[in-house]
Design a protein around this ligand. Sequence first.
Ligand code: INI
Length: 163
Amino acid sequence: MSSNFRAANSVTGDVDGTGVRVGVVCGRFNDHITNRLLEGADNALAVHGVAESDVTVVWVPGAYEVPMAAKALIENGHVDAVVCLGAVIRGETSHYDFVAGECARGIQDVQLATGVPVIFGVLTTENLEQALARSSEDDNKGEESVRTALEMVNLLRRLAAKG
Ligand code: INI
């Protein structure tokens, strides 16, 4: 990334997971996909140095329930960030738009209300093929979501430290 933008202060977060407590909320619906996302998340947590003792995994019935569990994890003081994993596949549901939309809205509501990063690692795809592609070893939304969570935690810590 390069830029000619002139600024006295530039703040970014890195993906160092040392001392970061991460909650992972995972939907059981389409668990043939969400287990693959969880595996990607687990790999990224290890690669970026998040201690196993700092990780809490919570299973919920489906994507619709994810925001509620994320909120409970935060309110009980367990985590610095929550990674939300789920799979909503349009071809397999008539109420795709409600489940996907409410899940996304709920996640954003929780992170803005609590000030704790809550990451949208929920796949919303047209079909199973796309869901498999986005939960593969080469391209895994769970893995990407952990990196996003760590970057946001470290960014918020730096911004807080600047006062
Ligand atoms: N939940 C999902 O996570 N993915 C889906 O594709 C899905 N479909 O197909 O409906 C789904 N439905 C369940 C939903 O998340 C709730 O668990 C249920 O409506 C009870 O509140």
